[in-house]
Design a protein around this ligand. Structure first.
Ligand code: ADP
Ligand code: MG
Length: 275
């Protein structure tokens, strides 16, 4: 399992995100963005964060370090917002901690250059995990010390919301239209050649082993957490193999205009970055 720490101080809620994550300090002296099992998407969002995030890390993408944080809601008793109080009370026990990247800022595609290799690697990865949360409006990418970091994978692996139809749900083509890096992702074939062979059963087993049993227990239709882990491995291993029917059309991604998004609320030119 991921390292386990205990929250000692609730610092502040993060209102940029839909799930009202909070910044907490833990007994290992770390500062984390805590994502709560009692939030709207529930513990499945946390499982997706771990499985997808740790897979991304093993493929060489930058993902902040993940931990499990034990929460006693009493640490937030002075927080005045009743929504935060409710969330903390609903999230007693084990939650996800994402290493806090201090003074990072949100990635803006019009203000920060990324190269084609990087854009293609991120797009291939997002297509593999079925991530719908890397859009123009909400890229879930942070710029920190000059590098782009990937966060918020809770809306990937949607098949786990309907295990009975998982294979069908997870085989359709990935929609690149909204993806923030699609206009730059002109080297998808190279990204595929790099990543697909790395996604082995051993790698997937390592990744699902990091998920705490508590987030997998009692899953309807499964005989315990081990069986749920096997199901993640099976479906992801199959997705990594040929034929990759979910892969976006390489031409469609490569031919996308390299200028402004067709829709989106990003403010141009605000950030500036290396050419
Ligand atoms: N590791 C981190 N370091 C710094 N800021 C973060 C980190 N993770 C998230 N944030 C900030 O918090 C916001 C919400 O986090 P996110 O994981 O996207 O949650 P949500 O699922 O609610 O969208 C992000 O958009 C970002 O501004
Ligand atoms: Mg987000």
């Amino acid at each position: 399992m991921l390292p386990l720490v205990t929250a000692v101080r609730y610092v502040t809620p993060l209102r940029e995100g839909g799930s009202l994550p909070g910044i907490v300090e833990a007994d290992d002296l770390g500062t984390y963005v805590m994502k709560f099992h009692g939030a709207g998407q529930g513990r499945k969002a946390l499982v997706a964060e771990v499985v997808a995030g740790e897979l991304g890390r093993r493929l060489g993408l930058r993902v902040p370090r993940l931990v499990v944080i034990d929460l006693d809601p009493l640490i937030g008793r002075h927080e005045p917002d009743p929504d935060v109080q409710d969330l903390l009370k609903a999230s007693t026990g084990w939650n996800l901690g994402v290493d806090y990247l201090p003074r990072s800022f949100g990635f803006d595609p019009l203000g920060w250059e990324v190269d084609a290799a990087f854009a293609s690697r991120v797009l291939w990865f997002d297509a593999f995990i079925g991530n719908v949360d890397r859009s123009w409006r909400n890229p879930n990418l942070l710029v920190w010390h000059g590098d782009v970091w990937l966060i918020d994978h809770g809306a990937s692996l949607i098949f786990h919301h309907a295990w009975a139809n998982a294979a069908r749900l997870f085989s359709g083509p990935y929609d690149v239209d909204d993806h923030v890096l699609a206009p730059r992702a002109t080297e998808l074939a190279a990204a595929e050649a790099e990543f697909a062979p790395q996604i082995t059963e051993d790698l997937l087993r390592d990744v699902v082993a990091l998920v705490p049993d508590a987030w997998l227990d009692g899953e309807p239709g499964f005989d315990g957490p081990g069986a749920v882990r096997d199901a993640y491995v099976e479906i992801l291993l199959k997705r990594a193999a040929e034929p990759r029917t979910w892969l976006p059309s390489l031409d469609a991604a490569a031919n996308r205009p390299r200028t402004a998004p067709r829709r989106g609320a990003n403010r141009p030119g605000r950030l500036g970055g290396p050419a």
